[in-house]
Ligand binder design. Sequence first.
Ligand code: C5P
Length: 214
Amino acid sequence: MIIAVDGPSASGKGTVAKIISEYFQINYLDTGLLYRALAFKTIKNYKTASLKNALKVVNGLTEDDLSDPQLRLQKFGEIASKLAKEKQIRDALLAFQRNFPNQSNGAVLDGRDIGSIVFPEAQIKLFVTAKLSVRALRRQKDMKRMGQNISFKDVEASLKARDHRDINRAIAPLVCLTDATVVDTSNIPFGSLKKEIIEIVEKKYKSLSLGSSE
Ligand code: C5P
């Protein structure tokens, strides 16, 4: 069983994916971390994150590269979203993402193109979204926890720029697919969100099992 969770930055898709991973006991891959790790490693090794430099790093990424908390810093999100526009980069990261569920009996992955490109055949697809002002406030709090004090206006502008790049890029843009269930996390407490997500997945799973036995 593969579950695809897509949505814009700070929409709560990580929270949704973690709920699914913990409740249904399946592995979770945050694919945004892959792009962030690429940005981080390229800067670390070559100082500038040009496409040429990133291509020297991209095939060497492993799961060990995904655990550094610094990857969450705003600057790596921004560099990641610039590198993510490039076809060569996206193609190089596909194998890593597609091999991930092979480690166990399925997985939940979150990102921008999981349901459209990485796993178009995913049995369950969710599109997680929230109002820009809510997302900006969340991201600002996350950054504060990491010791970065960024104004609400700057966080909001950065999210807007990233949304624009992710939605309008030529390759693998962020889209809300017609076969995805939309989850709006703007005004929902964690407990209710958890209940809603479990219900959606269980209902979808049941309908898939019934379909396959007919
Ligand atoms: O999800 P997160 O904000 O950590 O992702 C960082 C950037 O990586 C995004 O802005 C997006 O440009 C890129 N990304 C992508 N496709 C994915 C996951 C992330 O293009 N599947």
